[in-house]
Design a protein around this ligand. Structure first.
Ligand SMILES: NC(=O)C1=CN([C@@H]2O[C@H](COP(=O)(O)OP(=O)(O)OC[C@H]3O[C@@H](n4cnc5c(N)ncnc54)[C@H](O)[C@@H]3O)[C@@H](O)[C@H]2O)C=CC1
Ligand SMILES: O=C(O)C(=O)Cc1ccc(O)cc1
Length: 364
């Protein structure tokens, strides 16, 4: 497909990653961006992620075929309103916001439902800003679309093609169903993660031993508490009905297990953990994911100078690109201490073969 010009409103983690992925796929496509943060725009221009930027939403967006709204949810609604008098009639405006019903209702209210298609890539991380942007972010991730009955098939097909060509998997879901699903699998888990972190901060002993000793499990389930407060405040305020409904249900579940623990009802406690383990084990970490896909291996290495260089050289001699490499000093639940992250499954598999062939113990 031919793309000549695309616009971005908001150029942080998601906007920047989409712009990068589109540049890889559509080399001649011009990208123009607007962001309230001029430093992000300058960074993106210097790194050739975009071709031009503007410090106001103006006629520069007039000839865009597609405009991606990638700011926090409420700011996307404001931008949509500002863009409507500017865009051409064939332009597709699509957002990436984590909540859908509110922006779809706003789009209907603004009579722009033939130009607007709601979107939500189910990929991301706790990081934010253009410096965290990654052209591989959407590979094998589901990308939800919430078109309206009036949206033309051509426009939906065009957006689906772009999503597919950047490696993601488009899936159509109705807005209110989307908001219930994401409240359960994303929004409430974020609230719980932040609650746990705040709890430790409040309960910690004066010597801060909780902070020092918090280990793998705690860090695993609270990683997402490092996310942008601005973004999460707007997600909560734009999906408050579904989120509060799911929190109510969560509190009921928590009360049940609390009661079983208080009464030492070992049968209930056992079945609580065994059913959650069995269901959790049906979520494959290698599958298309909701979180950023990670092709990681862990290598057991002896602690000697030059060991990282030795392994990095071995892999680079075999033309394998390393995305990230680091020593894990905490051996808890960890078979090895050197963690290597790759860009794709092929590199991961090839590295395992090479390292095992050199008698390294490798864990996936
Ligand atoms: N972070 C994640 O993992 C995911 C986020 N999303 C959604 O993507 C959107 C963007 O999130 P991120 O890229 O993670 O956040 P981010 O904080 O990395 O980037 C947001 C960007 O929007 C800019 N911005 C803020 N207000 C603006 C305004 N009024 N006009 C123009 N630009 C403005 C900021 O300066 C920043 O550069 C949000 O709507 C979020 O709900 C969707 C999927 C995953
Ligand atoms: O990093 C993670 O696990 C996330 O949860 C990222 C994320 C954040 C917001 C979304 O709407 C979708 C994905």
């Amino acid at each position: 497909m031919n793309l000549d010009k695309i616009g971005f409103i908001g150029l942080g983690l998601i906007g920047g990653s989409l712009a990068k992925a589109i540049k890889v796929q559509y080399k001649t496509c011009k990208i123009i961006a607007y962001d309230i943060d001029t430093t992000s725009l300058e960074t993106a221009l210097n790194e050739k992620i975009i071709d031009d930027y503007t410090t106001v939403i103006d006629n520069n967006f007039e000839d865009c075929q597609i405009i991606f709204l990638c700011a926090p949810v409420e700011n996307n609604i404001e931008a949509l309103n500002q863009l409507l008098p500017i865009i051409n009639k064939d332009c597709i405006i699509t957002d990436v916001g984590s909540t859908k019903e509110i922006i779809i209702d706003a789009a209907i209210g603004m009579n722009c439902d033939n130009n607007f298609i709601g979107g939500h890539p189910m990929a991301g991380s706790e990081k934010s800003g253009i410096t965290a942007a990654d052209s591989h972010l959407f590979e094998n991730a589901y990308y939800i679309l919430t078109p309206l009955p009036v949206t033309s098939e051509d426009k939906i097909a065009m957006l689906q093609t772009i999503i597919t060509e950047i490696g993601a998997l488009p899936i159509v879901i109705e807005p209110s169903k989307h908001d219930f699903i994401t409240a359960t699998i994303s929004h409430v888990p974020h609230v719980i993660a932040s609650t746990l972190v705040n709890l430790v901060s409040e309960l910690d002993t004066p010597d801060k031993h909780m902070h020092t000793l918090a280990a793998g499990g705690f860090k695993d389930i609270t990683r997402i508490a490092s996310s942008s407060p601005d973004m999460w405040q707007q997600i909560c305020s734009t999906n408050n009905k579904q989120i509060t409904k799911v929190i109510d249900r969560f509190q009921q579940e928590l009360s049940l297990i609390k009661e079983s623990i208080a009464k030492c009802n070992n049968e209930n406690i056992y079945s609580f953990f065994s059913s959650s383990r069995d269901y959790r084990n049906t979520f494959s970490d290698k599958n298309t994911g909701f979180i950023m896909k990670s092709y990681k291996i862990t290598v057991d290495v002896i602690d000697k100078p030059g060991i990282i260089a030795e392994i990095a050289t071995l892999l680079s001699n075999n033309e394998i690109n390393i995305k990230n490499i680091g020593i894990n000093n905490n051996r808890e639940h960890q078979e090895g201490v050197l963690e290597i992250v790759f860009y794709d499954l092929d590199s991961q598999n090839k590295s395992i073969e090479i390292l095992v062939g050199m008698n390294y113990r490798v864990y996936v």
